[in-house]
Design a protein around this ligand. Sequence first.
Ligand SMILES: Nc1ncnc2c1ncn2[C@@H]1O[C@H](COP(=O)(O)OP(=O)(O)O)[C@@H](O)[C@H]1O
Ligand SMILES: CC(=O)OP(=O)(O)O
Ligand SMILES: [Mg+2]
Length: 404
Amino acid sequence: MTDRVLVLNAGSSSLKLQVVRADSGVVEAQALVERLGSDDATFRVTVGDRTADGRVDSAGHAQTPAVATALGILRDQLAHLGFDLDGEPPVAIGHRVVHGGRDLTRPVRIDDRVIAQIASVSALAPLHNPANVAGIRAAIEEFPGTPQVAVFDTGFFADLPETAATYAIDRQVAADAGIQRYGFHGTSNEFVSAQAARFLGRDLAELRQIVLHLGNGASASAIAGGRPVDTSMGMTPLEGLVMGTRAGDLDPGILLQLARTGDYDVDALDHLISRRSGLLGLTGRSDMRDVCAAAESGDEAALLALDVVGHRLRKYVGAYAAVLGGLDVLTFTAGVGENSAPVRSRAVAGLEFLGIRLDSARNECAERGARRISTDDSAVTVLVVPTNEELAIARHTLAVVGQD
Ligand SMILES: Nc1ncnc2c1ncn2[C@@H]1O[C@H](COP(=O)(O)OP(=O)(O)O)[C@@H](O)[C@H]1O
Ligand SMILES: CC(=O)OP(=O)(O)O
Ligand SMILES: [Mg+2]
């Protein structure tokens, strides 16, 4: 049986596709579609050193047909670049799925029941689950007969300690409504924490780690001996850090007060804290690159936003060092974590008392790959480790179909 897996990460406005050899991690082909559903949707396909770029006509399309259109284009473009998905079919298709509710956390072969369950919890992950379902349905259309597997962001956190998973809300209400901390970015956290140990040549079981997965969505996780003990995202991916369009931690009374004004029904509140808050709410920009550029030009709102981002990050780093009873490794990952020196320096500013000493030159260095950015005498090792959710999903997918 081949170990070739097609991995789909269908996001709210993007579609990331990779053809991965699960054992070696070799990426045979990859594609990215951005601004899907708008009238300036574009694709980039890469096979080896060959690339193809173009537009995707998806304006106004419903999600599933837009993704199906994109998949069809990507398949043709891959063939033009010499990668024939029909001639070298994947053993299975692995889908990144953000939320499966209480019943679905482990990687699972997709059938109608699984699709229905993922769709049923879309209200808990409205930025992600509808797109994930569209990606699954489109892949079934485009690749009938190929096994499809769902790999959930929540899986790694499925056994969070009760002290971390329990909200101090009426127990019966919590039980009836399934209120608990789930945690997200789990596939990334599992991969990055293991990679950090491997990079350091240390036993994963011995390490107290904090992983900061900072992308458009952002989370902090406390991981002891390779197992999570707490994580900042909660029942939904809204809780925790300041994100591109999400507020992160909020006093729930704010939502009650806004609702009392009569100007905000539940959908308006959802839209406010999911799509109009975070960096976008503070600065009018959701991309950290734009915020950093504005801050460099002296934009007051951008400077304040970066300080709010840094303050929230430091609170979580300090809190999680306490939860862990100490800290051995702090790792930055994902788009912002891997690329933004200003955000990394703000995240650890003033934390020397915790044994965290950042090496400014190493932090500013824009090299790629796993690297140490703390000083040699820092008690806490600070790393940048690139995440690779696609490879992790490919391996989980192979494990599921290999069992069939
Ligand atoms: N060089 C960079 N400097 C600062 N931020 C960056 C850089 N490159 C990417 N980013 C940020 O990473 C974000 C995307 O993060 P990523 O983890 O790749 O995606 P997502 O969160 O959508 O899964 C972008 O929105 C952008 O803010
Ligand atoms: C769960 C989540 O926020 O995912 P992403 O960072 O990909 O938006
Ligand atoms: Mg992501």
